[in-house]
Design a protein around this ligand. Structure first.
Ligand SMILES: Nc1nc2c(c(=O)[nH]1)N[C@H]1C(S)=C(S)[C@@H](COP(=O)(O)OP(=O)(O)OC[C@H]3O[C@@H](n4cnc5c(=O)[nH]c(N)nc54)[C@H](O)[C@@H]3O)O[C@H]1N2
Ligand SMILES: Nc1nc2c(c(=O)[nH]1)N[C@H]1C(S)=C(S)[C@@H](COP(=O)(O)OP(=O)(O)OC[C@H]3O[C@@H](n4cnc5c(=O)[nH]c(N)nc54)[C@H](O)[C@@H]3O)O[C@H]1N2
Ligand code: SF4
Ligand SMILES: [Mo]
Length: 699
């Protein structure tokens, strides 16, 4: 029906905005609203590459916006911290007054570094992080946070090699003749790549997938290398060695555009195809075939994902993978090269707008949150301010994180949209708006796009946007900085003022902008390395010196007789990290190969305990050959209610750091598994039968 006066009177409209969630795609959205209320969410065609369709999670985002877990008003905890905590609602004035007083007290008694701000991927928007929040914590002289939980190894690797050069974007995949999807699962974690891969296949392209699981694309691939987690480095080095030995290395390109090729060749020498295949537990003939194909085919593109970075070898592995197109001379053609994150290709830098210099205070690696809360002194962390993050569900070493958060002498603020597992440990909880209720700027990391996010519905309850809350707190603390009293609309203008004119104008007027290089640049035609000398740095001497074993040097698996199984915890289509996890009560299931199950007398849908020296998870099991033998897979981002004992994969994850980039080793959890009898759950009100509904949620 055409839009009529009565539609206007009832406030019925469809409005464009964009999705700023931590997903590579940054879809354009068309939101239907009626009288300030969300009626429907669909894809908009404003952006070609995501034009018209979106994922199921965001299509049903109303379940978060208006859901029963949504925080509506600030609240102060009554009684003890933890899962049984209860909260009393208060007004914003009282909540912020309390926070201002406590932060002042902590700073005066123990110094600013006793305050730890803790934020990560809740919103990837430019306004909701590193604006008024950064100004506030810098003024307080708070400890600084190293945001290393994701992408630290891959970013360090990409920056060292290519200096944040733009990668091949999804729309160019149909030009490729060979596509290698390495440690990525776009069918769940970045869905708009998939149709382009399928189109390339229809055009005759060969598809290779390197993944311990048989993902949807692996099922459709010509070759699937089901590597043991953490063994990508030997596999990639074997490809390098093959290229050099067979005379397939592009020596003219290497001489003209790179440094360090000889050092890579030497480090790769240890890895024959046969030896790498043995360590990775894959078929040597299949690896040989991949080497031959990669040497012979152009355009060839490698989609380097984040699955391969989350282990002790992750940084070197990502580097060896992303170095392949340089050694094999795959650049300079459309559909040739590599794809990693495109988030750094814009001429934008937070420092242009934060407005307060960063003080040289202590830096806390976020992967060490549990350690930091329990052990750090000089000074002890006395105040923790969590926003855009749910560390109980997402950081390594969950039990240690929980024990730190349980400290009575720790003052914790959790600022979120819903009552998360972390919020159960808060002294003060603050309600945040969702991206449908606020301004933001969505910068894609899969595509090359920058889009305006706008308030399209009335804010729910008394929720407020980050920018305003931190500006309000700054004013209460007497900080007279540029952001105090700022609204989100003013923040939008301030940030966009730092942008080049053309980008600002199209962002503000059309809601979307394209950078000077265009949305689909060809590597080494439209974009060049942004290293200091413009060359590809194949062997970064400084990184080599910093890396305990040296760059491109394989560190052995830590599996033992006690804990022989590798547990990985990749993204699923149900949640974004732990966001939206409130909608799933579970029970979750761990995927286990039939041979591993049989060896332990485990059958499908049994209840199992997964354990190691750090913790234990009790959950259901799904016996399937979609995961390789010796490897288990449990979804990332589960909430505590999704398992029988309130622990998730993160309870089994060590807080060790990756070889380069100091990143998280989520996939280095090594565990044992055993069947548990139903009797173990007596009194826990657990039904061991899987309902049809929960089964459909098992991946
Ligand atoms: N629906 C949805 N989308 C998301 C997210 C989400 O949670 N849900 N999360 C977003 C975020 S924060 C990120 S960082 C990205 C992550 O997106 P991806 O890059 O897809 O990363 P993961 O899901 O961690 O893992 C990808 C694949 O790597 C495999 N893998 C695990 N260990 C190894 C290994 O050692 N070697 C190799 N070769 N493969 C391995 C896993 O089996 C998995 O299939 O997705 C984003 N998109
Ligand atoms: N086991 C395991 N754990 C992992 C991973 C893994 O592979 N395995 N992957 C890791 C990865 S890739 C990532 S990126 C991290 C992500 O870890 P987190 O940064 O903790 O991400 P989320 O779980 O999405 O939690 C973000 C929270 O921010 C809230 N939020 C959203 N928007 C706003 C806002 O505007 N204001 C405020 N105040 N809050 C907001 C959301 O409601 C949500 O509760 O998790 C990591 N954890
Ligand atoms: S989560 Fe990803 S796929 Fe879903 S709407 Fe947002 S950007 Fe698109
Ligand atoms: Mo991530």
């Amino acid at each position: 029906m055409a839009k009529t006066d009565s539609d206007e009177r009832w406030g019925h409209a469809t409005v464009d905005t964009a999705c700023p969630l931590d997903c590579p795609d940054s879809c354009s959205l068309a939101i239907t609203v009626e009288q300030g209320k969300l009626i429907g969410i669909d894809g908009s065609t404003r952006q070609d590459e995501t034009g018209g369709y979106i994922c199921g999670k965001v299509r049903r985002f109303d379940r978060r916006v208006y859901g029963s877990d949504r925080l509506l008003r600030p609240a102060i905890r009554q009684g003890p911290k933890g899962r049984d905590a209860t909260f009393k609602e208060v007004d914003w004035d009282e909540a912020l007054g309390e926070i201002a007083a406590r932060l002042t007290d902590v700073r005066d008694r123990w110094g600013g570094e006793a305050i730890l701000p803790f934020s990560y991927g809740g919103s990837n928007g430019l306004i909701s992080q590193d604006t008024s929040d950064a100004a506030l914590f810098r003024r307080l002289g708070a400890s600084r946070l190293a945001r290393t939980v994701c992408a630290a190894p891959t970013s360090t690797a990409a920056a060292a090699l290519y200096g944040k050069m733009a990668g091949v974007t999804p729309a160019d995949y149909p030009h490729s003749r060979l596509i290698v999807i390495w440690g990525a699962n776009p069918s769940e974690s970045g869905i708009h790549l998939v149709p382009y891969v399928r189109e390339a296949q229809r055009n005759g392209a060969t598809l290779v997938v390197v993944d311990p699981r048989c993902t949807k694309l692996a099922l459709q691939a010509d070759i699937h290398l089901p590597v043991r987690p953490g063994t990508d480095l030997p596999v990639a080095l074997a490809l390098h060695r093959y290229l050099f030995e067979q005379g397939l290395a592009d020596t003219a390109f290497l001489d003209a555009r790179t440094r360090g090729a000889e050092r890579v060749r030497l480090r790769a020498e240890a890895w024959s195809i046969a030896r790498a295949a043995e360590v990775a537990g894959i078929d040597a003939a299949a690896l040989q075939r991949v080497a031959e194909l990669y040497g012979a085919t152009s355009p060839a593109v490698i989609r380097c994902g984040w699955g391969l970075e989350r282990n002790r070898n992750g940084g070197s592995a990502a580097m060896a993978v992303m170095a392949l197109p340089a050694v094999a001379g795959k650049f300079g053609v459309r559909g040739g090269g590599y794809s990693m994150s495109n988030s750094s290709v814009w001429p934008l830098d937070d420092e242009q707008w934060i407005g307060v210099d960063e003080p040289p205070t202590r830096t806390v690696n976020m992967n060490h949150l549990g350690r930091a809360l329990n052990e750090y002194d000089a000074p002890t962390i006395k105040a923790l301010f969590v926003y855009n993050c749910n560390p109980v569900a997402t950081m390594p070493d969950q039990n240690r994180v929980i024990s730190g958060l349980s400290r009575d002498d720790l003052f914790t603020v959790v600022f979120d949209q819903v009552q998360t597992d972390t919020a159960a440990y808060a002294d003060v909880v603050l309600p945040a708006t969702t991206f449908l209720e606020t301004y933001d700027i969505a910068k894609s990391y899969g595509l090359i796009s920058l889009q305006l996010v706008r308030p399209v519905i009335d804010s729910v309850g008394e929720s407020r946007p980050n920018i305003e809350v931190f500006a309000d707190l700054a004013a209460r603390l007497g900080f007279d900085d540029a952001w105090s009293g700022d609204t989100e609309a003013e923040a939008l203008l301030r940030i966009s003022a730092a942008m080049p004119d053309a980008i600002r104008t199209s962002l503000l007027e059309d809601g979307a902008a394209t950078p000077p290089m265009g949305a689909t640049p060809i590597q080494f035609v439209d974009v060049e390395p942004r290293t200091p000398d413009g060359q590809i740095n194949l062997f970064d001497e400084a990184l080599d010196a910093e890396t305990p074993e040296g760059l491109y040097v394989y560190q052995e698996d830590s599996a033992s007789d006690d804990y022989p199984l590798a547990l990985i915890s990749p993204a699923t289509s149900r949640t974004i990290s732990s966001s939206l996890g409130e909608l799933y009560a579970g029970p979750a299931a761990v995927e286990m190969h039939p041979a591993d199950a049989e060896a332990r007398q485990i059958t499908d849908r049994d209840t199992v305990r997964l354990y190691n020296a750090q913790g234990e998870v009790q959950c259901l099991v799904r016996v399937t050959d979609r995961v390789r033998e010796g490897t288990l897979s449990l979804p990332k981002g589960l909430w505590r209610k999704s398992t029988f004992n309130g622990s998730t994969a993160n309870a089994l994850v060590p807080d060790t750091l990756t070889d380069i980039g100091d990143g998280a080793c989520f996939n280095d959890a090594r565990v044992q598994a055993e069947r548990v009898l139903a009797a173990a759950f007596e009194g826990h009100d657990v039904t061991l039968s899987v309902s049809a509904e929960s089964e459909s949620r098992v991946h």
